[in-house]
Ligand binder design. Structure first.
Ligand code: ADP
Ligand code: ASP
Ligand code: MG
Length: 457
């Protein structure tokens, strides 16, 4: 069995879905479990619908809902234009849109908006795409059964960024998938979507379909997990922001996890974790160039030492905590990090000195409560408009001259924090946001022209 996950651009429109179905059709002998995202930009549109509804803006909500319906009805009609399944597909799309309309309009008039309702609204994109694609696959002769991810992807109650319940998923997925597989060639389900143990709707957080795929892969003991997207695999940096990036044929689980965690959007940061547990290889592949080799993400021992990537987070905050009295007192650090943990603010980089701790956090997180609590016993200064850059590769921290190589191209700019991961795969630092583009390009040019000269100790 293999897991094939198709992201938004791979299911964006008629052409993309036709290509995707062709790719799936070529792998039926490997028993694919197909996991799909919403059509490109649809989840963004659903967020806008939630916002408009929450603000009580009826005209805008209705307008956005009708755009959403139109796009999906048109797509279903186009994909199934020659098929007897067309009416059924369009009816199913309309019925999903009807239920979305009623929730959104209720939110609009009552002005009451829970995270639970928001999870229902933003998960509709995956329900729509999986329904349309299942019908389109059947119309092309691939006997396909549609599975509701809410029958198996059990999570906790953090409705909008839910954490999977690994043992419940391991218990439910094999039964649901094998039963669905009876008498068909393929099964399809939604990425991103989850459910609590009591049946309440949740979602896994933005980009979460990759994570769904690897959770299902783990539960099914899959041979491999394929992440089909719009680039020819993982590259040395994000090709949308950096020129002359290079293709990576293979990287380790650890390198991929660090790249994703430190900003490379090509994979959801938690995708690697389930795959590592059973050593399931992940392949990142391009649905627009299916014959390409893609990038294999494999266990550590199969990967050579050396720099693989420059990743970055464009918008972060640095929280500087000063306390001359307490820094050497035992329990001080515990108290600081308890505050972060209780407020559910996750920290990326940490550096300390005699009287100061600095940490970086993603700017999207709300840090008001953390700052208020820390200010009760320390001086706190928050620096905005900063970016975080990470050089990632197996054992780079042990490579002779690596620090010099990393910092030589940065001569002209201020570097605020430097952190070397204890696992030897990551050197990270903070720069002003306005310098980011230049820093990343210079650093990438410098590292990837000369890496072969590096020696190990
Ligand atoms: P999908 O919709 O298929 O999940 P995403 O947009 O989430 O696709 O991820 C693919 C995008 O990730 C690429 O278009 C690319 O711009 C971006 N990306 C960021 N870092 C990297 C990297 N190191 N290698 C390849 N792509 C990257
Ligand atoms: N559709 C969701 C999002 O846009 C999940 C995903 O695509 O992975 O975030
Ligand atoms: Mg993605």
């Amino acid at each position: 069995m293999i897991i094939m996950k198709f992201g938004g651009t791979s299911v964006a429109n008629f052409e993309a879905i036709t290509r995707t179905i062709f790719i799936i059709g070529g792998k039926l002998d490997q028993k694919p479990v197909v996991v799909v995202s919403a059509l490109s930009k649809v989840t963004d549109l659903l967020y806008r619908i939630s916002d408009a509804a929450a603000a009580g803006n009826e005209t805008e909500t209705k307008d956005l809902l009708s755009q959403l319906r139109q796009r999906h009805v048109d797509l279903a009609a186009e994909l199934l234009s020659q098929s007897v399944l067309k009416d059924e597909a369009v009816a199913n799309v309309n019925s999903i849109c009807d239920s979305l309309d009623s929730i959104a309009m209720a939110v609009c008039s009552l002005g009451e908006f829970s995270d639970r309702n928001k999870a229902i609204i933003i998960s509709k994109g995956e329900y729509l795409s999986s329904t349309i694609i299942a019908h389109a696959m059947n119309s092309k002769g691939i006997r396909t059964r549609w599975i509701d991810a809410r029958d198996m992807m059990v999570t906790n109650k953090s409705y909008l960024k839910a954490e999977p319940d690994m043992s419940a998923i391991a218990e439910r997925v094999p039964g649901v998938v094998s039963q669905a597989y009876e008498g068909v060639d393929a099964v399809i389900t939604q990425g991103f979507v989850g459910v609590t143990a009591d049946g309440e709707p949740t979602v896994l957080g933005r980009g979460g379909s990759d994570y769904s795929a690897s959770l299902i892969g783990l539960a099914m003991d899959a041979e491999r997990i394929e992440i089909w997207t719009d680039v020819d695999g993982v590259r040395t940096a994000d090709p949308r922001s950096v020129k002359n990036t290079k293709y990576l044929e293979k990287i380790s689980f650890e390198e991929a996890a660090e790249m994703a965690h430190f900003g490379a959007k090509v994979l959801h940061p938690l995708t690697i974790e389930p795959a590592v547990k059973k050593n399931i290889p992940i392949y990142v592949l391009n649905s627009m160039n299916p014959s390409g080799k893609g990038t294999a993400i494999l266990r550590n021992e199969l990967i050579e030492d050396g720099v693989k990537s420059v990743s970055f987070k464009e918008n972060i905050k640095v929280i500087n905590i000063f306390s001359t009295r307490m820094i050497n007192t035992s329990g001080f650090l515990r108290r600081v990090f308890e505050i972060f943990s209780e407020s559910k603010v996750s920290v990326d980089l940490i550096s300390t000195s005699e009287a100061n701790i600095s940490v970086t956090v993603d700017a999207a997180q709300n840090i008001d409560s953390v700052v208020a609590q820390l200010s009760e016993f320390a001086d706190v200064i928050v620096d905005d408009d900063k970016s975080q850059v990470s050089v990632i590769g197996k054992n780079i921290v042990r490579l002779n001259g690596m620090l010099k190589k990393t910092f030589t191209p940065l001569k002209k700019c201020n570097v605020y924090m430097i952190s070397q991961g204890a696992s030897f795969v990551n050197i990270s630092f903070v720069v002003d946001r306005e310098e980011l583009a230049e820093v990343v390009q210079d650093l990438h040019d410098h590292l990837f022209d000369q890496t072969e000269e590096l020696e190990t100790f």
